[in-house]
Design a protein around this ligand. Structure first.
Ligand code: NAD
Length: 252
């Protein structure tokens, strides 16, 4: 008996698919010949990524330019999802970090971060659920963080959003389990992306890497491979879980 992580022909929406972990997920899905829709905030980077992905996959590739920062953009993307003929896989990957002490948090920054990191996955999951319920099959993966399990100074907003995202994951899994829709979170540890480089200075990266049992940061495709398994036909019963992919960091 041989096993493959099959998502061929599955219509898959990946938010924030232009760089970092989202780009690696899109590449992995392209290698698996899924039909892909990526979102990104900049038209030029979305267009460039769509061309790159088209060269890899036998499936179709579409790019949506959207900024998930306010109610209008969320309404717009949810409308686009509802007008699709089908959606098999949703990966809520887009996210931002903002490190600031609790007594310096500004309402605008809090609202922006929570809108992108938590409100968007909530509303997109609802829109996707309508199509997935009709099909009797679906997979939703929310990209959370090690800061959904532990925390560190200055990360009140980010940690609140990621703990919330895991709560969302568990409840959505309960709501949608009867429809054969599996919903999980993947929580990356320190992963080499633009986000990490902008929030963790190089000397601190070196110091943190020494504390990781694997003694290194992750590459984005190490997250993508876990997402692929969760979305594949090989995953038939794993739902409502938060899979921490961190080289063992939260255990020490
Ligand atoms: P990144 O900054 O490299 O990429 C973020 C992606 O999100 C980009 O494609 C960007 O277009 C999109 N995005 C950002 N703001 C947006 C907005 N307002 N509207 C729509 N899309 C927006 O980040 P990354 O490191 O690849 O992170 C991806 C996810 O993984 C995030 O949810 C992040 O919280 C999570 N994560 C990352 C790490 C890490 O070490 N890099 C660790 C834990 C969790």
């Amino acid at each position: 008996m041989s096993f493959t992580l099959d998502i061929k022909g599955k219509i898959s929406l990946i938010t924030g698919g232009t760089r970092g972990i989202g780009a690696a997920i899109a590449d992995t899905f392209a290698d698996a010949d899924a039909d892909i829709i990526i979102t990104g905030t900049q038209k030029a980077s979305v267009t460039k990524r769509v061309e790159e992905l088209k060269r890899k996959t036998k499936g179709s590739v579409e790019g949506w330019v959207t900024d998930l920062t306010d109610v209008n953009s969320l309404d717009e993307i949810c409308g686009r999802i509802r007008s699709l003929p089908q959606l098999d896989i949703l990966v809520n990957n887009a996210g931002i970090n903002h490190i600031v002490p609790i007594d310096e948090i500004k309402y605008y920054d809090l609202e922006r971060l929570i809108t992108i990191n938590l409100n968007a996955p909530t509303l997109l999951s609802g829109a996707a659920a309508i199509l997935m319920k009709q099909a009797g099959w679906g997979r939703i993966v929310n990209i959370a963080s090690i800061w959904s399990v532990i925390t560190k100074t200055g990360r009140a907003m980010y940690t609140a959003s990621k703990f919330g995202l895991v709560g969302l994951t568990k409840t959505t899994a309960v709501d949608l389990g009867p429809y054969n829709i599996l919903v999980n979170a993947v929580s990356p540890g320190f992963t080499l992306t633009d986000l990490t480089n902008s929030t963790v200075p190089a000397d601190e990266q070196k110091r943190i890497a020494e504390q990781v049992p694997m003694r290194r940061f992750a590459q984005p495709d190490e997250m993508a491979h876990v997402v692929l398994f969760l979305c594949s036909e090989l995953n038939t019963y794993l739902t409502g879980q938060n899979i921490v992919v961190d080289g063992g960091f939260v255990n020490v």
